[in-house]
Design a protein around this ligand. Structure first.
Ligand SMILES: Nc1ncnc2c1ncn2[C@@H]1O[C@H](COP(=O)(O)OP(=O)(O)O)[C@@H](O)[C@H]1O
Ligand SMILES: [Mg+2]
Length: 341
């Protein structure tokens, strides 16, 4: 087996927050023991509702946040506790594309400079080459070369995200972290950006952690999918396996909201509506953290925390649920839930 590009082991990020009372500090368990790896050229989707800790995972990997516990290994090197001055060179190895391209691009810089900045920062090209390389990068993301003289506010949302992608890929990093790169865009341009990312990934072969809050975008782009709930991964499997045989009640609920292209199949589908909000990460529920919303909850789930374990014979399918049998027998939550069509 080839060595992974990225390995994350038992990552935790807890934020102390002031509760307002002088002596008590509350702790937000934003990420609470997450482990996964990404192989060379692999795209791993990280999916979960807003607040489940996805962005915090990405920021810890990039060392924009200091992890509370766990290890992050990039191409065989433990980068978890590198001193600040050694973090900068890491930007050659991994780059991020953020949800909102407007706030992630420097408004005072013309596009050409924004795209070329990582190349300059790492001294990868000299002056004359830089111009040419920036033109190539703009072309790579299908932007007209004249746009290099424009400023971010003069571009559309989709164009700005293309600039962010060109900038992130300028140093040819082995790992791209894309944090909901299309969520802030008009629906009409979302598909074109996803297509661009898919084409570039196929062409350049970088590994990618692709963060999304809904499963439909990850189905298009990802080789494998990890589902996050309240700071933990509750299920992880190759894409097809996850979409065809979801095991965890939470994954089943998320999947029921994904539209299927076939209208007849859509009519027969039950949309499972979870009741209640995602609980506060300041005081996560005991036992299985999903138990407060689980339609098939049993007593054991309220007390004992399920561990992420591999189901035998199902090809790297991992799930954290007491109700899933050793051979992957899954609870059918559609029978237990009141549903909307
Ligand atoms: N700097 C911070 N200080 C305190 N709490 C934070 C901070 N950043 C994120 N959180 C909290 O951590 C949890 C996970 O946030 P986030 O990683 O942004 O989730 P997601 O990206 O899945 O929406 C949320 O409850 C959020 O409010
Ligand atoms: Mg986020």
């Amino acid at each position: 087996m080839t060595a992974p590009v990225l390995q994350v082991d038992n990552l935790k990020k807890h934020f102390p927050v002031d509760s307002g009372l002088r002596s008590s500090k509350e702790i937000v368990h934003a990420v609470d023991g997450v482990s996964f790896s990404i192989a060379p050229g692999e795209v791993l989707g990280l999916v979960g509702e807003s607040g489940s800790g996805k962005s915090t995972v990405g920021k810890c990997i990039l060392r924009l946040l200091e992890p509370t516990a766990g290890t992050i290994t990039l191409q065989g090197t433990d980068i978890t506790r590198l001193p600040r001055r050694r973090v900068r060179p890491l930007r050659r190895k991994m780059h991020m594309v953020f949800q909102d391209p407007y706030s992630s691009l420097n408004p005072r810089m013309p596009i050409g400079r924004i795209v070329g900045e990582p190349l300059r920062m790492h001294n990868l090209v000299d002056g004359s080459q830089l111009e040419r390389r920036v033109s190539e990068l703009l072309e790579m993301v299908a932007l007209r070369p004249e746009l290099r003289h424009r400023y971010p506010h003069e571009l559309s949302g989709g164009q700005r995200q293309r600039v962010a992608i060109a900038r992130a890929l300028s140093v040819q990093p082995p790992l791209l972290i894309a944090d909901e790169p299309v969520s802030a865009l008009d629906v009409s341009v979302q598909a074109s950006i996803l297509n661009l990312l898919k084409d570039l990934q196929a062409e350049l072969g970088f590994s990618c952690l692709f963060v999304a809050h809904d499963l439909s975008t990850v189905e298009f782009l990802c080789d494998r999918v990890a589902v996050m709930y309240l700071g933990k991964i509750v299920e992880m499997a190759p894409r097809k396996e996850l979409f065809v045989h979801p095991k965890h009640p939470y994954t089943q609920a998320l999947l029921s909201a994904v539209p299927v292209p076939d209208a007849k199949a859509q009519r027969h589908r039950q949309r499972i509506v979870l009741t209640g909000d995602i609980p506060s990460p300041v005081a996560p529920p005991t036992g299985c953290s999903f138990h407060t919303r689980c339609p098939v909850v049993q007593e054991r789930n309220r007390i004992e925390e399920p561990q992420l374990r591999e189901i035998s014979g199902q090809g790297h399918h991992l799930v954290a649920c007491h109700l899933v049998g050793p051979n992957g027998e899954a609870p059918d939550i559609t029978r237990e839930t009141s549903h909307a069509q």
